[in-house]
Design a protein. Structure first.
Length: 119
């Protein structure tokens, strides 16, 4: 079994910053892709950013230049971070952490963390 625990969401003013963290533990593979997705009310869940085990990154056009994804290993856990700068109201959503391997056939999701950007 795999567990994903997210933290770091909250309320921030436009132009502010937040850092999300997600710790993956259990039967995980180091050669996995980790990522962040988000879902606003009434919308589908969309890609924000992903990072492979080799460090290759991919970003949604809407967050390029503002968000940075990174990953680390801490003992038996894989951790993925999302540094979010210059936040905009349209970034408001529930952010979900994801880990996947085997070409995406094996995939796990976190419980989600709310990010609200409002003055």
């Amino acid at each position: 079994q795999v567990q994903l625990v997210e933290s770091g969401g909250g309320l921030v003013q436009p132009g502010g910053s937040l850092r999300l963290s997600c710790a993956a533990s259990g039967s995980i593979f180091s050669s996995s892709t980790m990522g962040w997705y988000r879902q606003a009310p009434g919308n589908q869940r969309d890609l924000v950013a992903t990072i492979t085990s080799g460090g290759s990154t991919n970003y949604a056009d809407s967050v390029k230049g503002r968000f940075t994804i990174s990953r680390a290993r801490d003992n038996a856990e894989l951790i993925v971070y999302l540094q979010m700068n210059n936040l905009k109201p349209e970034d408001t959503a529930v952010y979900y952490c994801n880990i996947r391997w085997n070409g995406g056939l094996t995939s796990f999701w976190g419980q989600g963390t709310q990010v609200t950007v409002s003055s």
